[in-house]
Design a protein around this ligand. Sequence first.
Ligand code: 0WF
Ligand code: ZN
Length: 498
Amino acid sequence: METKIIHFMVHGRLERAEFGSECPAADVKDLFQAAAEAEPHHILKMYDTNGSLVNITPQLEANGEDSYYRLEAVASDLKRVGTPPELDDMEHRLHRLERKVIEDVGSVPEVLREMKTHVESFKEKLESLEHLSWMGLFKTDRDQRLADPKPPTQQPSVPDGREQVHRRFLHMSSLQVTEEVKEHLKTPLFDNWQWEEAEMLVLLQVMFADLDFLALLHIELDVLQNFLFEVYCHYNNVPFHNFRHCFCVTQMMYGLIWLTDLRSHFPPLDLLVMLTSALCHDLDHPGYSNVFQINAQTHLARRYNNVSPLENHHCTMAFGILSEPERNILKNLSGEQYRHIRAGMIRCILATDMARHNDILLRFRVTQPIFDFTNEEHREVLMKIMLKVSDISNEARPMAVAEPWLDCLLQEFFNQSDTEKLQGLPVTPFMDRDQVSKPSSQTNFIQFVLLPLFTELTKLFPCLEQHILVPVQRALDFYSDMERVTKQEKEQEELELL
Ligand code: 0WF
Ligand code: ZN
């Protein structure tokens, strides 16, 4: 029996398969299925060097290493999602009817042929819309339901939901993210609300890959996927400080790295510190602030002696996740590199405690006239500033993206002040539903926190002006107008009561 050698590329690896020409077809399919690590619902596609599809059969032509085939496992259920079962059912019934008509009459009447064509073209249309949904240009109803985080309590909180996210993440991670989405991902214009959890995990993987971390820092793909999934699992289902916030902060950090061309100033190790700190910076956030932790003397406040209890906890969680080799993205680094990353992440995550805001901003401000990228202290404070900016940057995003975030934040704040009232604890004034409104909380925050911080970073990177400063100024105008109108309406109501 003649043995064939087939060379093929799958998941970026050049593989080779051997089988006899009389090998059963099912065995040949199994062999490629295993090589592609495909699940039963995947469809295997083999392309030759011209990009033409070839049949995966024992008759597949042998080839050389330099004329390898390309093997892809395509998720058939992506298509099934867009094709409702009723449509499949109709197709089967039409097929049965066609066979019966041929048996009885001997030919297929025109009307039946037309119906078949209609069903086919309708199916194709649905499938093409599903494809657009992956590009982020269009969402089907189903995707909208899965992706729609409003209200945020709809996010999966049960292990079953997480398992589904895990499966979808691994399954989608072998598919290509379009160049258009990748480019968008590098800007503050990116709309997180369009994407469901599994898709955000894929996009986080894209960020690590596009910064070349896998190659430069020897991160194995499956370890990165395990790490990202564990990070996802350790965010809580709270209104604001949830996995979607983690995604947004990481995406903003990623955008800032590209927009400022930080790769030409910082070594990859420091860029990894920044992206990983962003990912981990709110791990296991309970939805109640440091002030609450300290006033209520929670276990976190006692464990960390009232010193940034939340941020210390987020760090501890991060290194807990990294403590298992199968999800430790730092495992192939030297001891010295690991210590560098650990110290950097702790510094950056602790810097997100807003109680340290003025101190850090002041330290950054004094470096401005003499900022030196080769000075370690300067680099360290810049890394902190970039994480701080990313953390509170919602208002730099388009209004349609930013405004729902403010609703989520106020929901979390109001929950806290309600609990404070119930427990007889001091009520944090800017969280009190009886004292604040959307415009009043934002105008002060933008004027006294965001603009001074963003202006300082823009001095070092003037190119950021259009990306973060201009939109925040616009948001200030928007909320100032809203505040004025609300005030006028209130005055009018009071006048009418007199
Ligand atoms: C609602 C407002 C606020 N607005 C935001 O856009 C934003 C982003 N992150 N955060 C934000 N807070 C906080 C989440 C946890 C830490 C930062 N808040 C801030 C508060 C009401 O008002 C002020 C105003 C000036 C100074 C300090 C707080
Ligand atoms: Zn945060």
